[in-house]
Design a protein around this ligand. Structure first.
Ligand code: CAA
Length: 257
């Protein structure tokens, strides 16, 4: 089935998903979220893909959930359909996702970026949770992920006032991995994704799972979890290859097994 709200392509071992509703600044409607889930399913099932890049346009990564679509929703419908829960598909992606954020990443757009693993921000990026100005609050994990990313006081100010952060502030607060010039955003994102996609996929996936566990459990439990995955990697052919390549002073050739 064709995509109408996103563009989907591959470049080597990298899957690229570009949000593409330019007239609505990539506002996230149900159709787009469904297509995003479908593209993620496809890339996750594809053994030839080792990393995914999620991008928007130069003007907007995404300006939030589609307000025009939500405007007339009532509580029974949001509850019955479990509105927004389907967005979590992105956070359940087991392969790494690099967000390439330019322009507005507001509300659900900021939340989508925070579901990714690496966030590269162009100099013109703006991050914010303006839902309070609409009489609602973040609904795709924003209050939780933002609080963990930037701490309580900064998350409170952003969620309670709707103030946006510049890319520089987002970098200083630890919300993004780093800031790059707008013209170089996609090439930097591809560089990061290519690097990840060239590594051993089992090691990459376990590393992602282990870092994410840090946000869900105690330190002692997290360290035990990490140790088990670390030990499990000694059962892979890629561990033998990676270490042999180091000793033999050559580049490793990983087989993702
Ligand atoms: N939903 C639906 N349409 C949107 C939209 C959104 N979130 N954001 C922008 N658009 C549409 C505008 O309605 C406009 O469409 P028309 O040309 O048909 O009028 C078009 O995109 C361009 O937008 P603007 O004319 O407003 O552009 P601007 O440059 O003047 O302002 C902006 C840009 C500051 C991002 C402004 O569009 C804006 O404030 N957008 C809404 C941001 C927002 O409140 N996001 C949170 C949504 S709620 C949410 O996300 C809940 C959640 O937690 C999941």
């Amino acid at each position: 089935m064709a995509y109408e709200n996103i563009l989907v392509e591959t470049n080597g071992r990298v899957g690229i998903i570009t949000l593409n509703r330019p007239k609505a600044l990539n506002a996230l409607n149900a159709a787009l979220i469904g297509e995003l889930a479908r593209a993620l399913d496809m890339f996750e099932a594809d053994a030839g893909i080792g990393c995914i890049v999620l991008a928007g346009s130069e003007r907007a990564f995404a300006a939030g959930a589609d307000i025009k679509e939500m405007q007339h929703l009532g509580f029974p419908a949001t509850y019955k359909d479990d509105f927004i829960t389907s967005w979590e598909r992105l956070s359940r992606c087991r392969k790494p996702v690099v967000a390439a954020v330019a322009g507005y990443a507001l509300g659900g757009g900021c939340e989508l970026a925070m579901m990714c693993d690496v966030i590269l921000a162009a100099e013109n990026a703006r991050f914010g949770q303006p839902e309070i100005q609409l009489g609602i609050m973040p609904g795709a994990g924003g209050s939780q992920r933002l609080a963990r990313a930037v701490g309580k006081a900064k998350a409170m100010e952003m969620c309670l006032t709707g103030r946006n952060l510049s890319a520089e502030e987002a970098d200083r607060y630890g919300l993004v991995s780093r800031v790059v010039p707008l013209a170089g955003l996609m090439s930097e994102a591809m560089k990061v994704a290519d690097t990840i996609a060239g590594l051993s996929l089992p090691a990459v996936m376990m590393t992602k799972e282990s870092v994410n566990r840090a946000f869900e459990t105690t330190l002692a439990e997290g360290i035990r979890f990490e140790r088990r995955l670390f030990q499990a990697l000694f059962a892979t052919a890629d561990q033998k290859e990676g270490m042999a390549a180091f000793v033999e002073k050559r580049s490793p050739s990983f087989r993702n097994s």
